[in-house]
Ligand binder design. Structure first.
Ligand code: TRP
Length: 339
């Protein structure tokens, strides 16, 4: 049987952190074994709210690619490509935009939350919200359908976008005939990763992220400042590991000494400083193979570029095939000859 396609995307707005890895990418690494996989570096989508900062998006296209490669996305098994190299995505976006009402776009819960955040951030009335921004779910529908993505691995926050894609697919197919593949979301097992500061989410904007590219000093600083059981005052007070972020990370990273950590924390024989120092070691061991790969790719930018060029060429062929079907069924395939 032919493998199904998966398509997912990531906005190149910053280097990847542990939240990205445990929340999404570790799942992608597994999925690439079973599926024909496309990983999109969504620079066009990143520009919807970074249009005035193109340099940031440009730099992070390569940074994010290096992170994905270092985490185990294998260019021999998967396709990594850059969204803006595929004009068919922009073309599909235009045709799909006829199939979505403005009211429906404003009702999209993900977009709604993001608009609210913008209003809070800029203190405006929402008047700076652009057409491109409100419309990005339409462009995301084009991302998914251009590559016949049957499965879309995403976090919970993205479910309304996949739902919107499904509506567009239904509408397109009902008007123009069976053309597009209906995608299904695949939720990652690990949802949100908490921050060392106790925040429910690790995030760049929250300032609580551990980056794959962090140095030992940066990691030390972050871990030493982590939130522990606030009821523990003295070094030998017994404490509750379940409310301690250091314990949460020992568990997340997979410390083989976890039972001892738990026992000693509970009976008061382990001080928080020692426990944090152990976590620094465990974390450095975990990150070591990743940062070694990172350094390799940093020193060989030509290899990174080659992977992106080859991936984008392959992805473009796929998108062209979809585009042909779309044009034919939309009755805009006027000439056999390519223009
Ligand atoms: N919107 C996604 C995010 O912010 C990124 C993305 C772009 C995406 N295109 C996609 C996700 C297509 C899934 C499918 O994380």
């Amino acid at each position: 049987m032919e493998k199904k396609n998966i398509l997912t995307g990531i906005r190149p707005t910053g280097k990847l952190h542990l939240g990205h890895y445990f929340g999404a990418v570790c799942n992608w690494v597994k999925l690439q074994e079973e599926y024909h996989s496309f990983f999109e570096i969504a620079d066009v989508q990143a520009l919807t709210d970074n249009f005035n900062n193109p340099e940031k998006v440009r730099t992070n296209v390569r940074e994010v690619t290096i992170d994905l490669l270092s985490l185990g996305i294998d260019p021999l098994k998967s396709t990594i490509f850059v969204q803006s190299t595929i004009p068919e995505i922009a073309e599909l976006t235009v045709y799909y935009s006829n199939l979505v009402t403005m009211a429906r776009l404003y009702r999209n819960p993900t977009v709604k939350t993001e608009i609210k955040q913008k209003k809070a951030l800029f203190g405006d009335t929402g008047e700076s919200v652009t057409y491109g921004f409100v419309g990005y779910p339409v462009s995301q529908a084009a991302d998914i359908t251009a590559f016949e993505g049957a499965c879309v691995p995403v976090g919970e926050d993205q479910l309304p976008l996949i739902e919107q894609t499904r509506e567009i697919v239904h509408k397109f197919n009902s008007i123009y005939g069976e053309t597009l593949i209906l995608p299904e979301p695949v939720l990652s097992e690990n949802k949100r990763i908490k921050g060392l500061d106790g925040n429910e989410k690790m995030g760049k904007s929250l300032g609580n992220a551990i980056y794959l590219a962090d140095s030992k000093e940066e990691i030390e600083k972050k871990i030493m400042g982590a939130v522990t059981d606030t009821k523990k005052i003295r070094k030998d007070d017994p404490a509750n590991p379940e409310v301690c972020m250091v314990y949460y990370y020992h568990k997340l990273i997979g410390n083989s000494n976890l039972e001892t950590v738990c026992k000693e924390c509970k009976n008061g024989s382990r001080g928080c400083v020692a426990c944090k120092k152990e976590l620094v070691e465990v974390m450095m061991n975990f990150l070591k193979p990743i940062s070694e790969k990172r350094h390799y790719y940093e020193e060989h930018p030509e290899i990174v570029d080659k992977i992106l060029i080859e991936g984008s060429k392959y992805a473009r062929e796929k998108a062209k095939t979809t585009m042909k079907k779309v044009r034919k069924n939309m009755r805009i395939d006027y000439f056999d000859e390519e223009i």
